[in-house]
Design a protein around this ligand. Structure first.
Ligand SMILES: [Zn+2]
Length: 64
């Protein structure tokens, strides 16, 4: 009989201990903390990407 290995990791944002397995936001504890981290590291590239797509989302449905 084997025990399932459950890894516990500390959320990089709030340092809360969370299970790595069965956690869609790993290694974070929640969607909130994952969002905080994303803003941190992709702020610059996100802005650039948004500008590129700005024209597209503004014009909208050209198909009709
Ligand atoms: Zn957290």
């Amino acid at each position: 009989m084997e025990l399932k290995k459950i890894r516990i990791v500390a959320c990089p944002v709030c340092k809360k201990m969370v299970s790595y397995e069965n956690n869609p936001y790993r290694p974070f504890c929640s969607r909130g903390c994952k969002g905080v981290d994303l803003i941190h590291w992709s702020d610059e590239s996100y802005k650039i990407a948004k500008e590129e797509h700005d024209d597209d989302s503004g014009a909208g449905h050209h198909g009709q």
